[in-house]
Design a binder for this molecule. Sequence first.
Ligand SMILES: [Zn+2]
Length: 236
Amino acid sequence: MIIEQITTLDFSEGLKKTQTVIVPLGAIEEHGPHLPMNTDILHAYEIAKKAAEKLTVFVAPPINFGVCRSTADFPGTITIRSSTLVAIVLDVVEALYNPGIRNFILYSGHAGMNHVAAMLDAADQIMKRYDDAKFSVITDLELTDAEFFKLVETPADSHAGEIETSLILSLAPELVGELPEPDFPKFPKPLLVKDTRKYWKSGVWGDPKKASKEKGDKMVNILVKNLIGLVEEISR
Ligand SMILES: [Zn+2]
């Protein structure tokens, strides 16, 4: 049940069958010269919708804005403060809890550290408020398994590389441009840098040229399967 596509009556009827929701999150941020800036939202929302085709679960509209650090200097990235994301998650969960949702899977296609920390912060705050609610805070990583990583050829593939390019080739191939060369940026650790683009020209972290639609189809299937497993577990 895709919440933005059903009526309030459908929602009430649906609550008799399930009290579980997947809330997709993501970010609008640069994803190299070849992937759309909604890459993280697009794949999380599509994977959630595919799961909802196979079992009864609510899927909330995605929370489109996220907390971005390393990509923040690239034109078009729209980052929000961690406190803003915490506030949005708290409000969305409360609005879904009130009519009767009890199990919340916060599933982010964007895995920036500050972003995930804000999601966890929000979940921690709400868990204390509601005794009868269950929460899971995940990124794609928690939905991967050994079978998934057998498909990946690039070590340390992390942003707009083999994995994300394969996912978008599977889910929205019309949005994928010419695949760029691999890049593995080196930042002066442990220092924090103000101008990330000085160290990272391409906006790619990994090897997009290793991506394919076939790999993407298999990756999507695995992520959907493991998300369904999580829905079943949290709904028990
Ligand atoms: Zn991404």
